[in-house]
Write a protein that binds this ligand. Structure first.
Ligand code: EPZ
Length: 435
């Protein structure tokens, strides 16, 4: 069984590359369904989730060339090429959708271009039930008739799927990244104007809108919670560079903080780290924008405790809660973390406690009392960001931490052990084939 082994105690120092954002690349891949022209995504990360969605798109009729993904080098950005001259199927099967929930993002584009779609309900995951009711609310507002049967969403525009979607005014009762993305993509080909209120504002949505505009979509309010999309007859092709991964960058910023180190996050965007910058500054680690990236430097012997509440962007990202908890575990005081986005995003807590952490959970609230020392231990990853938090704890723990179930990690982090080793971590991957 594949494992990652970490021996703690090293201060990280040097330059670490930040890849393209997983959570931007996934919706960007879905835009191929909106056009018969080629879509080229530069700086696309080489991740398991990308491969899963590529396979799903191939089943719908997309040609997907991922041959230039793993060849990233200093001067050549990895490239993913997609082309869907014709959609040969409107069905996204359970076997693939259940592997990767973001597959639901093919729903809006399929209905917009074909008038019909059959997409498996993605189901929940470790961090929560992950409903898609807001996605369906938005598409129904655009004129799609939605029925749920046999675990699938059946969507169809008027006149038996022959009519176009119709622009509408949609107010989301709660902020949803995926629902915003599905509705925006569908609305680009709808007839008339669509207004989306209480839209998510994550940088990945800005990146998606900028790509769609380059394809000929008419979108205003980009980066705000009020998006206006004027539908067009069809969209052209595009070459688009995927925005840098702010969650990967934030994970590495915490790695610098927890090891008392100093890192340059190459290609990272300081303006996308949001309120993490303030939290890290209060904890004693300073982030600053430099040409071509972010400079992160710890200024204290031991991190200070800082309270954190997760919120939709530009609030503190839920995807950095687990990593920040690892930092608070060794802080010189007590910190209260409140997870407001997902109902079960503390799966890393029992594993951190096995390493010597002092954490008490009460519903959405975690009280973390800083300890002087963590001890390496065999630990299990439960989800993507929990895996990262355990590696971060391992970087500062005394002794060896053995992280198993690392397939979660590979969904969202590109060669993380190589990147961390490159700045001084004692970390290696065992593929579990050595008997
Ligand atoms: C995206 O998930 C990200 N995934 C998640 O990152 C991220 O944690 C999340 O946004 C929040 O920022 C991708 O972009 C591929 P939501 P998404 O819809 O779109 C509820 C990672 O680690 N909700 O903004 O699924 C939902 O249950 C992953 O990279 C509904 O109730 O998140 C949650 O409580 C994890 N009904 C809240 O809204 C819906 O129809 C926010 O979910 C949709 C969501």
């Amino acid at each position: 069984m594949a494992e990652i082994l970490v021996n703690g105690g090293n201060r990280l120092q040097g330059e670490i590359p930040v890849s393209g954002a997983k959570n931007a690349a996934l919706p960007l891949m879905a835009v191929t369904l909106l056009t018969a022209e080629p879509v080229t995504l530069r700086n696309c990360p080489d991740l398991h989730d990308i491969s899963t969605l590529a396979n799903l798109l191939r089943g719908l009729g997309s040609e997907v060339d991922a041959s230039a993904l793993g060849l990233a080098s200093a001067d050549a950005l990895p490239v993913l090429r997609l082309h869907t001259p014709e959609i040969i199927s409107i069905r996204a099967p359970y076997e693939l959708v259940s592997q990767m929930r973001a597959s639901i993002l093919v729903l809006g584009p399929l209905v917009a271009r074909m008038g019909r779609a059959e997409v498996s309900l993605p189901g929940g995951c470790a961090i929560g039930s992950r409903p898609v009711d807001l996605h369906l609310l938005g598409l129904e507002a655009l004129g799609a008739h939605i029925t749920l049967r046999d675990g699938y969403v059946f969507a169809e525009t008027a006149h038996g799927g022959k009519a176009r979607l119709q622009g509408a005014k949609i107010t989301f009762p709660k902020v949803s990244v995926g629902a915003t993305e599905n509705v925006v993509m569908a609305a680009t080909l709808a007839e008339g104007r669509t207004e989306v209120l209480n839209a998510a504002q994550e940088p990945e949505i800005v990146d998606l809108c900028q790509c769609l505009i380059a394809m000929g979509a008419q979108i205003s309010g980009v980066g705000t919670s009020h998006l206006i999309i004027d539908g067009v007859e069809n969209l052209g092709g595009v070459t688009h560079q995927v925005v840098a991964d702010r969650i990967e960058a934030g994970t590495f910023a915490v790695a610098a903080a927890i090891t008392g180190g100093e890192l340059i996050l190459k290609n990272g965007r300081l303006d996308h780290l949001g309120s993490l910058v303030r939290v890290l500054a209060e904890a004693g680690t300073v982030c600053a924008e430099i040409s071509g990236g972010i400079h992160v430097a710890s200024t204290v012997d031991r991190p200070h405790a800082v309270n954190v509440t997760t919120q939709p962007y530009p609030g503190f990202p839920t995807d950095l809660q687990a990593q920040t908890m690892s930092l608070m575990v060794v802080a010189d005081g007590s910190a209260v973390l409140t997870e407001t986005i997902f109902e079960n995003r503390y799966m890393h807590v029992p594993e951190l406690i096995r390493m010597g952490a002092n954490i008490e959970i009460d519903g959405r609230i975690a009280v973390v009392r800083g300890v002087d020392r963590l001890y390496g231990a065999p630990v299990k990853a439960s989800d993507l960001r929990a895996s990262a938090s355990l590696i971060l704890a391992g970087l500062v723990a005394t002794g060896e931490t053995r992280l198993s179930d690392i397939h979660h990690l590979d969904r969202g982090y590109e060669r993380i052990e190589e990147k961390l080793r490159g700045v001084g971590a004692t970390i290696e991957r065992h593929d579990g084939t050595d008997g």
